[in-house]
Design a binder for this molecule. Structure first.
Ligand SMILES: [Zn+2]
Ligand SMILES: [Zn+2]
Length: 432
């Protein structure tokens, strides 16, 4: 007897090259049958989902979120952030270390796992920080945090400006096989910047950050990865130059992977004029030239994964104006519809390619046993209706925060059912 059966769905599992209509069953939290055409004999006490006309994929993985716990419960907690993730079709998230206190020691990794065990809707995989307190001065005990379950290391939010420390981190990465996830902005070039440097920043009289601030650090860290053999993962690529640097590095065989976020391949810096602080993020929204380059990078595999950089902030924090408001937007509930509407529908990516960038590829980068529908794999599954049209209604978000530039956008293609180990964890944001 199964925990759950999903019948007659169009199953897409990029890891196993499955792309066909069939049935899927989950027993004791594990996938026991996939693509079985024959009817299941005993469906009593089983959750049965009719997926006729729907797409069935491995549970989505977001490799870059900020859950804000511990320390910033007014923005988000592990409970609310993972509830938003589940509503968005994600069954696994990897969370950044810039909490308070910073996740910079083995016992703090254990603490995240302990809180997640009690309160999380989805699987939570924590990153540890590269430097103690994100201060950029002393490396953390990465070996110890790795043993405690850290899936990678990042000072996300800030750049490690000391190249010698980055070399040491990447040297350890080469030895132990974890990714170093880098937020690339040269602090001096970026000083005081609240948006992209360009026509709009000049018009608004705001300090802008040039593309070079990002490109310089991408180039530096690629050189250090090349020198050490470590695994570099470039977070939230936002520039055409960054895409090209990563493309050339991959051609030379450097161990570099990269991700891009929906806002960076949909919105330009002109959005700041319309939306104010809901269009303020680091790295900032850039130009159409950068958007075109990121989409090309997603298409040719230069950019491996799609992530949200879900960055909740309370309304009063975002109301402080462009200079003082914190950076970032929420993204967990809008990511899949944005991918389907802006990458798949226009034909930039096939559905299989897009799903791979949100399942098997991030799983491989993080080294986690998720992102596939193989028999015996963990029964994390997402069901998608690619034909449903819905408006983004931020008031219905499961996140504690409301900072999104996509309010009111009509998107086509939404998650309908999210199962974690065969148990339903998420209803789509449109139903409450
Ligand atoms: Zn960042
Ligand atoms: Zn981030």
């Amino acid at each position: 007897m199964s925990d759950a059966c999903i019948l007659n769905g169009h199953i897409i599992d990029p890891a196993n090259n499955i792309d066909e209509v069939g049935n899927l069953s989950i027993t004791d939290g594990k996938i026991t049958e996939v693509s079985g055409k024959e009817a299941f004999s005993d469906l009593q006490n089983t959750d049965v989902y009719d997926a006729e006309g729907l797409i069935v994929v491995p549970g989505l993985i977001d490799m870059h979120v900020h859950l804000r716990e511990p320390g910033f419960a007014h923005k988000e907690t592990i409970a609310t952030g993972t509830a938003a993730a589940a509503a968005g079709g994600f069954t696994s998230v990897a969370c950044m270390a810039n909490t308070s206190p910073v996740i910079d020691a083995p016992e703090k990794i254990e603490q995240i796992y302990a809180i997640a065990l009690q309160t999380a809707k989805t699987n939570v995989f924590p990153f540890g920080s590269i430097t103690k307190g994100l201060a950029g001065e002393v490396l953390t005990d990465m070996r110890g945090m790795r043993s405690a379950g850290a899936v990678g290391f990042s000072d996300d939010g800030v750049t490690v400006m000391n190249a010698s420390l980055m070399r040491d981190a990447l040297t350890l990465s080469a030895e132990l096989g974890f990714p170093i996830m880098v937020h690339c902005e040269e602090h001096n070039l970026n000083a005081g910047a609240v948006m992209n440097l360009g026509e709009t920043s000049r018009k608004l009289g705001l300090i802008g950050s040039p593309n070079a601030a990002e490109d310089i650090i991408v180039a530096r860290d690629i050189m250090l990865a090349e020198m050490t053999g470590g695994h570099l993962h470039v977070l939230h690529v936002s520039t055409a130059g960054g895409v090209e640097l990563i493309r050339q590095a991959k051609k030379r065989g450097v161990h570099v992977t990269a991700e891009a976020c929906p806002h960076h391949w949909i919105l330009t810096d002109t959005e700041v004029e319309k939306q104010g602080t809901n269009a303020k993020m680091h790295p900032p929204l850039r130009t159409q030239t950068d958007i075109d380059a990121i989409i090309e990078g997603l298409c040719d595999g230069t950019i491996d994964a799609i992530a949200t950089d879900h960055a909740p902030h309370a309304p009063w924090e975002k109301a402080q104006g462009m200079v003082d408001a914190p950076n970032g937007i929420i993204g967990l509930e809008t990511c899949l519809p944005l991918v389907l509407t802006y990458l798949v529908r226009p034909g930039h990516l096939t559905l299989t390619e897009a799903i791979a960038k949100m399942t098997t590829i991030p799983a491989n980068i993080l080294g986690i046993d998720r992102g596939t529908l193989s028999v015996g794999a963990v029964g994390d599954v997402t069901v998608i209706d690619v034909d449903t049209k819905n408006q983004v209604e931020v008031t219905k978000s499961r996140s504690k925060s409301r900072n999104t530039p996509f309010t009111g956008w009509e998107l086509k293609g939404w998650q309908t059912v999210t199962l974690r180990e065969g148990k339903r964890i998420g209803m789509p944001p449109s139903s409450k």
